[in-house]
Design a protein around this ligand. Structure first.
Ligand code: PLP
Length: 745
């Protein structure tokens, strides 16, 4: 299949709140230590003494940077260990004081937007040490700032209070002196931890001037190595070693010290103390950088809003959302443009959202669309300029998917079938020669449909439903109004009353050189129809509503259902459709995208019996079995989602279907297809591949009915795995590139 090449574009890394690259000076320092300064700081010979000197001089620098002239400064493996040590120290101290332990009301307070390391550590040790305190989040306002009154009201019952100096998602900088005042006015003894991970290098700290008891830091968030951190412990604050052993670090943290890690910290601390800002930019410069980035983002994405209030944030974090885009979509776009940013965290429902923005009370769409862009103090003007230029290129590429925020016309025709999904609901746009028919529109997809119609300049010929849906109201009227379509007389499913018979002898609508014909298929509901897509008399696909689903048949326990009619409809449909014709249902619970009678018969014994050449099941027996099956389904009144006759289904690819790039040479004439969105494909792809985003994979199959093996790829391997599984189920030979383009760079 020829050599696979991809143009290499330099990575633009804007995710420094996750981790940073290691500063070149730090790399040199680590190398030197590994080669020459390998001594154990506890050894009393000269090799050991040299190692100890490096360690102590680094600690002294850290004291200066953190304003920690008193108290302990302990080297740890990172902030998570620092947090454990602080919590274990505080709770062990509580445990040894019956007066505290037996209090009727005991609280452990933490900021609602804290890094998960904090609440999870509190929960863990509260349970393990049998403290039985109530763990309560401190609310934040829309800017992400802690409710100081709440702290004041609850401080007297608090055993420990955990807050953060700077938030990792929004950069929000807490007012530590206001928090201190609120805590100490009510409770002098309460132990206070401040997570300072994101504050280092971005805001001034003077720890010894405060009553903060514990402050963890992490090296890899500021250009040092991973695996090194610091914990500040106030003089006389309760302390229990979290790691006991050989007594290193004055017995506060045992284990031979991580000298390469400590060495990597040293040049960072020196750079932070440099008044000339030769390595790290000044706060004023970083603030100007933020302004430039913000302007570039606003220019590139017209519907962009910032989720963090710059007036209370460190300058190095920008958090934004773009109306109409999910976080995952934006992340995919930026990644394809080789810009690394980060999205919120995946929640249990599968949608990516930000618990931090949720806690701030921002609208749901902002949380679901949030992107964090962060840069470090070592950023240069040249890097910034390159980032701004690349952001514009990423936005421009959106026109290839008709998703450009300014509705730039697509550079290529978008003819064919577009499959849009919202949860398990499927909606289809059939586009040909600037004409379009919308099938089964759902409300959540209206913005996307409108965007497509307007950007491609389509004339909407009809908005059709396959049946009166049991689980939602059709968005046909809303769509028609939003697009200000001329009123024509249509029936309840959107068919023009004057529709005439077409090439299949059924009522039909023409869209370019395609014909959409209506075939009654009652059963699931009495009004159900299938919409047959043909050209030149050949049927290629059918929109079957809920009559046939991937892995099931439409349920028949609605008031207007009739299992006997469903039996007859299935037979009628399969008689008229080629076995391999694509079936496109109104629901897709398992991300299977499409199916066919051939695939369903292979997987559905009940359907196989109904459609066997010599009938193996009569209508009444089918009705009995189907009714029994439906009785086991979730009741429509119970669930939030009506599973229209589908039970669970698990799809796995075989090991031989998961490829790495080198394996491609061994396959016979495979077609390589990029299943990412068209804009991602435009930004970065292999030299001789096809583009078929998941939303256009059905169209790709209509255009490539031959049985050539298909190799799917995407960014990380998850969309391509899904595509390959769907294709395999359909009976196509399909593979995917495990790990996606991420591993091919
Ligand atoms: N606290 C904050 C605010 C962070 O951003 C992180 C890292 O993501 C941590 C704690 C954990 O740090 P580490 O990776 O050093 O354990």
């Amino acid at each position: 299949m020829g050599a696979l090449t991809r143009p290499s574009i330099e990575e633009i890394y804007l995710d420094t709140n996750a981790t940073t690259p290691v500063l070149p000076q730090a790399v040199v320092a680590v190398e030197q230590v590994m080669q020459a300064l390998y001594g154990n700081p506890s050894s009393t010979h000269i090799t050991g003494l040299k190692a100890r000197h490096l360690m102590e001089s680094t600690r002294d620098l850290a004291r200066q940077v953190l304003g920690a002239s008193s108290g302990h400064l302990i080297f740890t493996s990172g902030a998570t260990e620092g947090i454990q040590t602080a919590v274990v120290s505080a709770l062990s101290s509580v445990k040894s004081q019956p007066a505290l332990l037996n209090k009727p009301k005991k609280l452990l307070l933490y900021g609602a937007t804290e890094h998960k390391a904090v609440p999870n550590t509190l929960k863990h040790w509260n349970q393990l040490l049998d403290i039985n305190a109530e763990i309560v989040p401190i609310p934040v306002n829309q800017q992400g700032l802690l409710d100081v009154d709440f702290i004041r009201r609850h401080a007297k019952d608090a055993l420990m209070i955990c807050t953060m100096a700077v938030n990792n998602e929004t950069g929000a900088r807490q007012d530590l002196s206001a928090i201190e005042q609120a805590i100490r006015s009510e409770n002098k003894a309460c132990l206070w931890m401040v997570d300072c991970v994101q504050a280092l290098g971005k805001t001034d700290l003077a720890l010894s001037n405060t009553s903060i008891d514990y402050a963890p830091f992490s090296g890899h968030k500021l250009y040092a190595m991973k695996g090194i951190g610091l914990l500040y412990v106030r003089e006389n604050a309760p302390f229990s070693p979290f790691i006991a052993g050989g007594g290193q670090e004055q017995g506060l943290r045992s284990g031979t010290e991580n000298l390469p890690g400590i060495a990597s910290l040293k040049p960072i601390l020196e750079a932070l103390l440099d008044p000339e800002h030769k390595t790290f930019r000044s706060l004023a410069t970083l603030t100007a950088f933020r302004q430039q980035l913000a302007a570039a983002l606003q220019k590139a994405f017209s519907g962009l809003v910032f989720n963090n209030d710059f007036s209370v944030s460190v300058p190095t974090t920008l958090n934004f959302s773009v109306k109409g885009f999910a976080s995952k979509e934006l992340l995919d776009l930026f990644d394809a443009a080789n810009i690394r940013v980060s999205s919120g965290s995946a929640c249990s429902s599968g949608a990516t959202r930000s618990f931090v923005l949720d806690a701030m009370g921002l609208p749901a769409w902002q949380s679901e669309s949030a992107i964090r862009l962060s840069f470090g103090p070592a950023m240069t003007q040249a890097q910034l300029d390159a980032a701004c230029e690349r952001i514009q290129q990423a936005s421009d590429a959106l026109r290839y998917s008709c998703r450009h925020p300014g509705h730039l016309r697509p550079e290529q025709a978008i003819d064919g079938l577009l499959q849009l999904k919202s949860g398990a609901d499927c909606c289809y746009l059939l586009i040909n020669q600037s004409q379009c028919v919308v099938i089964d529109p759902v409300e959540a997809l209206l913005p996307r449909i409108i965007e497509t119609v307007q950007c491609a300049g389509l004339t909407v010929k009809a908005i059709l439903d396959t049946h009166n849906h049991g689980d939602h109201i059709s968005a046909a009227d809303a769509l028609s109004q939003a697009l200000a379509l001329p009123r024509i007389d249509v029936d309840a499913l959107g068919w023009p009353l004057n529709a005439t018979k077409g090439e299949l002898g059924l009522p039909a609508i023409e869209i370019g050189n395609n014909v959409l014909s209506r075939l009654a298929t009652p059963g699931h509901t009495d009004d159900a129809v299938a919409l047959l897509l043909s050209s030149n008399g050949v049927i290629k696909a059918a929109f079957v509503g809920d009559t046939v689903l991937h892995g099931g048949l439409g349920r028949t326990d609605f008031a207007s259902s009739d299992p006997v009619a469903l039996y007859q409809s299935l037979k009628r449909l399969s008689d008229i459709l080629p076995a391999k014709a694509l079936l496109l249902p109104a629901h897709d619970y398992h991300n299977l995208l499409f199916t066919s009678f051939e695939a369903e018969q292979r997987n559905n014994p009940l359907l196989a019996k109904v459609l066997a050449p010599v009938s193996m099941m009569d209508a009444l027996t089918f009705a009995k079995e189907k009714t029994a099956l439906d009785a086991a389904l979730e009741s429509p009144s119970q669930g939030t989602e009506i599973r229209c006759g589908v039970t669970n289904l698990e799809l796995k690819l075989s090991a031989e279907q998961e490829l790495c790039l080198d394996d491609l040479a061994n396959l016979e004439r495979p077609l390589l297809i990029d299943v990412r969105e068209s804009h991602e494909h435009h930004l970065q792809h292999f030299n001789n591949d096809d583009s078929a985003p998941l939303s256009r994979l059905a169209q790709y199959l209509l255009e490539h009915p031959e049985d050539t093996p298909l190799v799917c790829y995407c960014r990380s391997g998850s969309r391509s795995q899904l595509a390959a599984a769907a294709l395999t189920r359909l009976g196509r030979k399909a593979y995917h590139i495990k790990g996606g383009v991420a591993l091919s760079q």
